[in-house]
Design a protein around this ligand. Structure first.
Ligand SMILES: Cc1cc2nc3c(=O)[nH]c(=O)nc-3n(C[C@H](O)[C@H](O)[C@H](O)COP(=O)(O)OP(=O)(O)OC[C@H]3O[C@@H](n4cnc5c(N)ncnc54)[C@H](O)[C@@H]3O)c2cc1C
Length: 298
């Protein structure tokens, strides 16, 4: 199907884009990589009057580290993040970026578009919860930083105001004795995950877990932070028995919906298994070992 008619604008700077969005009002939409918005327009699930193409705005695709803070510009594509030196330092970024869809989507789709969509199955929002990231938002009047757990308000709903853009993502570089892992379970490469588990764990001497963040994706309207499972691990020595206890808590804490990707019971079983695999990789990385992360396919 063809989209409903719309006007197309391509501003030359961020300031111009913000002014345009504010002038055009609520029936306008920013267009980044188009990998989510264009299919939605073609299905006529949304009929905006105006599209403001931000995809080529200068300066919003950069990735850098300054004073121990990683900054990823909102227009950084999944492919660019996956092959960037920062993903070599923090391999969980490569786990996430390289597992999204296929090469075509990864070359066009952006991290800013992913968090702005707030699709419960999107990979970046879940992973960014494990890193306690902040989302940098800007409108014509100024910018603000919103913690990801406040930014994703509900399924397909964010804290973004009218005429406000995501301009970047920021998080602290995890310490040396910390490791992360993110695994999604997918039917095929160009499909969203049926279930996903992310973990970031920090180890002290004697394999004691000094800090941990456990988050599930596609398990509810928003990424699910598993507080009970985290408290089973935090402050305790990592043992197989503790990990199993945490996995059981994860199953109790999650209530994934039954849908075309699987029944709730099937997804719970997958979450248990994904968590155990992700924990194994993250712990090894926290111990300083190089471990390859991969998604699970049917
Ligand atoms: C076949 C297919 C498979 C996919 N599989 C996966 C998958 O496995 N995992 C996954 O995570 N994703 C998947 N995706 C989605 C993909 O990652 C998209 O790239 C991403 O969700 C949206 O990014 P985009 O740059 O294309 O955004 P667009 O499509 O351009 O925009 C999406 C929405 O966000 C808004 N928006 C975009 N950028 C901004 C911004 N900077 N500030 C404010 N609002 C903004 C737009 O107005 C629109 O409402 C898949 C997509 C396709 C087509």
């Amino acid at each position: 199907m063809y989209p409903a008619p719309f006007r197309y604008f391509r501003p030359g700077s961020l300031d111009q884009a913000l002014t345009l969005l504010s002038e055009l009002g609520e029936s306008s939409r920013p267009l980044a990589g188009g990998q989510t918005l264009i299919p939605i327009l073609k299905l006529r699930m949304d009929e905006p009057t105006d599209l403001v193409d931000i995809g080529r705005l200068p300066g919003l695709g950069s990735i850098n580290i300054e004073d121990g803070i990683i900054h990823i510009g909102s227009l950084a594509t999944h492919a660019r993040i996956g092959r960037h030196a920062v993903a070599g330092m923090i391999p969980v970024l490569a786990d996430c970026a390289n597992g999204i869809a296929d090469a075509q989507v990864r070359n066009r789709g952006t991290i800013g578009g992913s968090v702005s969509t707030a699709d419960p199955s999107c990979d970046w929002p879940t992973l960014l919860h494990t890193l306690d990231a902040d989302i940098v938002c800007q409108n014509a009047h100024g910018s603000r930083s919103v913690p990801i757990r406040e930014f994703i308000a509900d399924a397909y709903t964010t804290a973004l105001g009218n005429a406000e853009l995501v301009t970047g993502i920021r998080f602290k570089c995890p310490p040396e004795n910390s490791g992360g892992s993110y695994i999604g379970f997918k039917k095929a490469a160009p499909a969203y995950p049926a279930a996903a588990a992310g973990i970031q764990i920090t180890l002290a001497e004697g394999d004691v877990c000094s800090d941990v963040r456990l988050v599930l994706g596609a398990a509810g309207p928003r990424p699910v932070i598993c507080g009970e499972a985290e408290s089973i691990l935090r402050g305790n020595t990592i043992t197989r028995a503790n990990l199993e206890k945490a996995a059981e808590a994860i199953i109790a804490e999650s209530d994934p919906p039954s849908d075309i990707r699987g029944s709730s019971g099937f997804k719970r079983t997958m979450l248990h298994s994904l968590f155990m695999q992700a924990a194994d990789i993250a712990i090894n990385r926290a111990r300083g070992n190089r471990v390859q992360g991969v998604h699970e396919y049917v």
